[in-house]
Design a protein around this ligand. Structure first.
Ligand code: GTP
Length: 364
């Protein structure tokens, strides 16, 4: 992380979404608090924001709103001032920014950083903010380049960096640059979003600003970037942090093949690698293989079981001879011998798959 001086920069963190794509992990918790490389996901984003000079952050909460403050408090332990704003019902990304802005203290012409609370990014936020200020833009969007832009809306710019359109998903995208979920707004521009209404920045605010002739800039780069909104991306993000592919001041241990938290019980004869995190009270028995995965508190991977690119929920058990790949095992569920989970299958909490020989997949 680079240290930049952006004194008194305020930020709004969008953390009110339902996280439906991450169910069942988000049935009891906002996705933003899921243990990621050993700490709540947001701990990485907060530490990174601080390293870029942010000192005050307004949380825009809605889904499971009361769960954030007990974890992060007033932020003083992190060197931050944290404020919590709640929407009674979700107002969408734009409505949430408008609602949270009531808690901002900066001047009308000051830049405000807006962060989607489910993004891991190594980009230079300081450079994005400086570009915004020097060009006197209304909004400056971080844009990232993806291999397959057909899965996203795309964001073309002209040769000066001005965003020319905000295009929906299409089979023939005009650029591989997409909205990366980190914006700089000039404070007064937030007041143009209608208050108390459901508004999407992507579908309404940005296209509206472009149409009105306001300067919407793109800040494009190729730094590490990941939206952890799906189970596959979530495990990848956690593993990348453990492996050091993205550095985080909040990583609670050295970078390496695995992160074994205090109280994890991992046999010296088990293979645990690929950026796996093993939580307190979780057990990996001799002869088990766990790669690129997240084992939550109290889970057990038995001798001879295999877990790859997966989440094993709290207190869940993967029995000897079971194989779990690209899957989520809900809290307290049991995967009996012979079961093969694969291809994005998600097992809800408290389910027992008894010993048998069945392949469970989301693509059959
Ligand atoms: P899915 O339900 O899985 O589609 O995801 P999501 O709606 O939780 O997240 P999405 O990636 O669509 O949203 C981007 C960011 O905005 C995430 O950090 C969400 O928590 C946040 N967000 C989305 N909708 C709202 C909202 O209505 N209010 C607030 N405060 N935040 C929101």
């Amino acid at each position: 992380m680079m240290e930049h001086s952006l004194p008194n920069l305020e930020a709004v963190l969008l953390v009110g979404g339902l996280g439906t794509r991450l169910r069942p992990l988000t049935l009891d918790s906002p996705k933003h608090l899921l243990p990621t490389a050993g700490v709540p996901f947001l701990a990485h984003q907060l530490a990174q924001a601080r390293s870029f000079g942010v000192r005050r952050i307004v949380f825009a909460t809605s889904y499971k709103a009361s769960m954030f403050e007990p974890v992060f408090g007033d932020g003083s332990a992190l060197g931050l001032e944290l404020v919590y704003m709640e929407e009674e019902s979700p107002l969408g990304t734009g409505g949430a920014i408008r609602n949270a802005a009531d808690a901002l203290t900066c001047a009308d012409d000051a830049p405000v950083l807006i962060l989607n609370g489910d993004i891991l990014s190594g980009h230079d936020v300081g450079a994005q903010v400086r570009e915004h200020v020097s060009r006197q833009a209304a909004v400056t969007l971080h844009l990232t380049e993806v291999d397959d832009p057909t899965r996203f809306g795309c964001v073309p710019t002209d040769s000066t960096g001005r965003v020319t359109a905000f295009l929906e998903k299409t089979p023939n995208p005009v650029t591989n640059r997409i909205n990366a979920g980190c914006y700089v707004f000039t404070r007064s521009v937030i007041d143009t979003i209608p208050a108390g209404e459901v508004v999407s920045v992507e579908r309404q605010t940005f296209p509206g600003l472009i149409e009105s002739g306001a300067l919407v800039l793109g800040y494009a780069d190729q730094a590490y970037w990941l939206d952890v909104g799906t189970p596959a991306a979530f495990v990848r993000g956690s593993a990348d942090l453990v492996l050091g592919r993205l550095s985080s001041p909040a990583l609670p241990g050295p970078v390496g093949e695995s992160l074994l938290l205090p109280g994890a019980d991992v046999s010296a004869e088990a293979k645990v690698d690929g950026g796996t995190t093993v939580a307190a009270g979780a057990v990996v028995e001799a002869g088990a293989t766990v790669t690129g995965s997240v084992l939550l508190e109290g889970s057990v991977v038995a001798s001879g079981a295999t877990v790859v690119d997966s989440v094993v929920g709290k207190g869940a058990r993967v029995r000897s001879g079971a194989s779990v790949r690209d899957a989520v095992v809900g809290d307290r569920s049991v995967i009996g011998a012979g079961n093969e989970l694969q291809a994005g299958i998600r097992i809800w909490p408290d389910v027992t798959l008894s010993d048998c020989s069945v392949r469970w997949s989301s693509d059959i």
